[in-house]
Design a protein around this ligand. Structure first.
Ligand code: KPL
Length: 324
């Protein structure tokens, strides 16, 4: 049965998922914000290469393209195999206005899958969508956007899928069908019965690596090699782990080793936050360390190292705004 996947946000991850799913015969539609990108994708199609792929030819596909604003109402074309909407925009894009625009655009049976970093976006979306239609996904796939129509698959990973609402959330069969669809497109995908644990583990890693690389302006691999920095990294992680413990969110015991191994595995990469700072764009600090600080405030606890880094990254954003 024909499934349909709408990808909202044609950045690196959006192009990766959209490219491979379309190549696997799934009906893919890309929803973009910028008309210029929309026009180019329509005219040129989408090209997905593989980093270090040698002679492997890049995939070239022609998914349908729509604009987020100004499109006609929901597309009511039947999707008997299910209709999933992979939300691959940055966390900072998920505002109440955005959630409302999405609600107008999507048919009532579509299931929304959030792939954002950080925390807080699911709550914004839950104001516009019933919780049964919201899934969370955490991915370790690596991708790099090269132009408005081209991306590179830089590293194979795993995508975990789970219900945003836990008990009473979206049906398990919906999650399993999505995992099967992603597997058909060549991804490794698993249904997780504790997606909050995956979300928090990614959150804590991002809370260590992203602000420090943005402030020190180094690639991920250099971070643990700088004098004094491993201690700071441990303190940041320790604050996050203690907060998760108080909130009753279980975590893997070896998270410190995982942070170091992510730094090694992505040694030459600039973290997304460093890229944002260098480009003078707003960062995801509000959803990452800021998300931790909001949770801590609810419990009346302090996270002093996270607070300091949050303030420094906000200052860098401000500086970027003035020097652009
Ligand atoms: O997810 C990342 C990011 O850059 O946002 C890490 C894991 C830090 C890899 O760069």
């Amino acid at each position: 049965m024909k499934a349909k996947v709408t990808i909202v946000g044609a950045g690196s991850l959006g192009m990766l998922f959209g490219g491979r799913l379309a190549a696997a015969g799934v009906a893919v539609e890309l929803v973009v914000r910028r008309p210029e990108q929309g026009r180019r994708l329509e005219a040129e199609g989408l090209t997905l290469g593989v980093a270090g792929g040698g002679a492997q030819a890049p995939l070239h596909v022609r998914p349908a393209v729509r604009l987020l604003e100004g499109s006609d109402g929901p597309d009511r074309g039947a999707a008997p195999g299910g209709h999933w909407v992979l939300l691959t925009v940055k966390q900072t894009a998920v505002t109440p206005g955005f959630a409302e625009a999405l609600r107008r655009l999507l048919p009532e049976d579509a299931v929304l899958v959030c792939l954002q970093n950080g925390i807080g976006h699911a709550e914004v979306l839950a104001e516009a969508f019933p919780l049964q239609r919201l899934l969370l996904a955490v991915t370790t796939e690596g991708a790099l956007k090269q132009t408005d129509t081209e991306a590179l698959h830089t590293g194979k990973g795993t995508t975990w899928i789970g219900a945003a609402a836990g008990e009473g959330g979206s049906a398990l069969s919906v999650q399993k069908n999505l995992a099967a669809l992603l597997e058909r497109a060549g991804f490794r995908a698993e249904v997780s019965n504790n997606i909050q644990q995956r979300v928090w583990q990614k959150l804590l890693m991002n809370a260590v690596i992203n602000p420090l690389t943005a402030i020190l302006q180094v690639p991920n691999g250099e971070l643990p090699l700088l004098p004094g920095v491993p201690q700071l990294m441990r303190e940041l992680l320790g604050e996050g782990e203690e907060l998760a413990r108080r909130l009753g969110i279980p975590l893997d015991p070896g998270l410190w080793e995982q942070v170091l191994s992510v730094c090694r595995a992505t040694a030459a990469n600039r973290s997304s936050m460093l890229q944002d700072v260098l480009a003078g764009r707003p960062t995801e600090i509000g959803a990452i360390n800021g998300g931790l600080l909001r949770e801590a405030q609810r419990l009346d606890v302090r996270l002093p190292v996270n607070e300091t880094l949050y303030t420094l990254v906000r200052a860098l954003e401000e500086k970027g705004r003035h020097t652009r």
